[in-house]
Design a protein around this ligand. Structure first.
Ligand code: FBP
Length: 549
């Protein structure tokens, strides 16, 4: 197969490591820090993780490598949605492993965590891995969403490790996958398997972050890709001056992606789900807010604009969550058959009206018909509404149209809709993600080599040049608290939502009134891979603002 010019030249890109990892394997030493405590619920977490709780934070420093010489056989797994840079985590891991001892081996379990359970793997060599350096995608071994969480699965995993002589497993995933990595690490220790487990923070959603993990990998490239696209749409919008564009961006739950894109492109409106929830906003209030901008801009002769909508927003609208819960209840069990046997939408509508409370029926009634039908027709295997499939960009554009009509607005309001998600998840990683991911992988191997178990590979100080990044590891248990999941108390890594008192949101809040009324669009353009550092190695605005504190 012919390679693209960019792919060929990216093969030769040398990812930048943190300064302390640049002196060669023989000069990487460990500095242990303080013993750690979980962020909350310390007693409960300690009881659940007797072997891996309370371990020390560690940092790598320049100094004699004192790790024990031992052949390492490492297994790596990619878990969950694709995020740019995943290939480089594997490459960094492989390079550190081979640089330490050329007899070390790296197994790649295929198709996500299920690859470990099914013992479906490949063994990496130079020829294979070199085809994936600095490229996007997870096709190096594939990914999957199987959860590795039951003792039965752990027992199978331990057996597979024993069979191949595997000494460590690296799990590259989001908050759930790394929570499970922590539980697996505890299992491996409790059962004296000798297998270490290390996690790496991945997700374009940016919601695996905390005081130790500054950002998950992939967020940088994905948001830059979406921002390029939004900027292009804005420029078209400002040239044609005839459409309102409603753009939904990925991010299953948190609004970090939407917020970063808004900071980069200054659209007229950007919804932030966390604010919607905090202010208990209704769909009608949100539509009114957008309609205000449409009218104010029209008064100034601008019949165009851009609205950015986070993928998960409707789940944060309290009245909508109640409606969804009632619909799930309404169609539970055999009632679904009764509903499905009704021939016309009119009969179905009557059934719905009969079954919903008055308050939820009011919410249902204002939804566009296509969305009403979507709520009842597209359901997951458990019969529940698939909220993530709701076309919220259309929902809001139509609701705004209705608001404008109500307010007697008779001028032009033409809308177009977009959803940017898959366009960014496998993009060629930016230099930031190429460097960060390679460092995470390299660092993960150093944690293995020094015998650590139940740690997350940690690279910090990320708004500084890579030479000043700090490499080390943090016990996964430190990031855990107890949450109620599916009716049970579970130890989990806390999902990071947008903080309304955080610097990125504050900046947005301070500027959005102006953006809503005027045309303040900014056009970030495409990710640059070659050229001046100040153009090519820029971190996200979110990271920059968070670090400016
Ligand atoms: P992860 O949390 O696994 O990284 O995936 C995030 C994400 O990209 C979300 O932004 C999106 O809602 C979801 O995956 C879509 O995944 P799928 O295509 O599997 O439904």
């Amino acid at each position: 197969m012919e390679l693209s010019v960019l792919q060929k030249s990216r093969y030769d890109y040398a990812p930048k490591l943190p300064g302390m990892l640049r002196h060669g394997i023989a000069e990487i030493s460990v500095k242990e820090g303080e013993e750690t405590q979980s962020v909350a619920d310390q007693e409960q977490i300690k009881a659940l993780f007797p072997n891996t709780y309370g371990k020390k934070e560690i940092t790598f420093v320049k100094g004699a490598n004192t790790s024990a010489a031992k052949k390492q056989v490492v297994g790596v797994i990619l878990s969950g949605g694709q995020a740019p840079g995943g290939h480089n985590v594997v490459c960094g891991l492989y390079d550190a492993l081979k640089a330490t001892n050329k007899d070390n081996e790296l197994y790649g379990f295929k198709g996500g965590p299920s690859g470990l359970l099914d013992d479906d793997y490949l063994i990496f060599d130079d020829a294979y891995i070199n085809k994936f350096r600095n490229t996007g995608g997870f096709d190096i071994i594939g990914s999957g969403r199987t959860k590795l969480e039951t003792p039965e699965q752990f027992a199978i995993a331990a057996e597979v490790c024993k069979k191949h002589g595997i000494t460590a497993i690296v799990i590259i995933g989001g908050d759930d996958s790394n929570t499970n990595a922590g539980v697996l690490a505890e299992y491996m220790a409790a059962n004296n398997t000798g297998v270490q487990v290390i996690g790496c923070p991945k997700t374009i959603d940016g919601d695996l972050k905390n005081e130790d993990i500054e950002i998950s990998f992939g967020f940088d490239t994905a948001t830059k890709t979406y921002s390029e696209l939004i900027g292009n749409v804005e420029r078209d919008c400002n040239s044609a001056k005839k459409y309102w564009h409603f753009i939904k961006v990925m991010g299953r739950s948190a609004s970090h992606v939407a917020l970063e894109c808004a900071l980069q492109t200054q659209p007229n409106i950007c919804l932030i789900s966390e604010e919607v929830a905090a202010k208990k906003m209704s769909l009608s209030q949100i539509a009114d807010q957008i309609a205000d901008s449409v009218i104010t801009r029209a008064e100034k002769g601008m019949h165009f604009g851009v609205v950015v909508i986070p993928e998960g927003v409707v789940e944060f609208v309290p009245e909508f969550s109640v409606l969804i819960a009632e619909i799930n209840e309404l169609l539970a069990g055999s009632k679904a058959d009764e509903f499905n046997s009704l021939a016309s939408w009119k009969e179905k509508y009557a059934f719905i009206k009969d079954g919903l409370t008055e308050a939820s029926m009011k919410v249902f009634a204002i939804l566009p018909t296509a969305i009403q039908q979507q709520l009842f027709l597209e359901r997951d295997p458990h019969g529940n509404v698939q909220v993530s499939l709701i076309e919220s960009e259309k929902l809001f554009s139509e609701m705004v149209g209705a608001k404008l009509a109500e307010r007697g607005y008779a001028e032009r309001y033409a809308t177009l809709h977009h959803f940017f998600g898959y366009e960014g998840r496998c993009a060629f990683p930016s230099n930031f993600d190429s460097d960060y991911c390679y460092s995470l992988g390299y660092n993960a191997f150093m944690l293995i080599q020094y015998g650590y178990n139940g740690y997350l590979s940690k690279v910090s100080n990320l708004s500084a040049p890579a030479s000043e990044w700090v490499a080390g590891g943090m016990p996964i248990t430190k990031m855990m608290n107890i949450e109620r999941r599916h009716g049970e108390d579970k130890p989990v890594i806390k999902k990071a939502l947008v903080e309304l008192d955080g610097a990125p949101f504050k900046y947005f809040e301070a500027n959005r009134a102006k953006w809503a009324e005027e045309t303040c669009f900014t056009y970030p353009g495409a990710i640059q891979y070659y050229g001046p550092t100040e153009v090519c190695d820029l971190p996200t605005i979110t990271l920059t603002l968070e670090h400016a504190k």
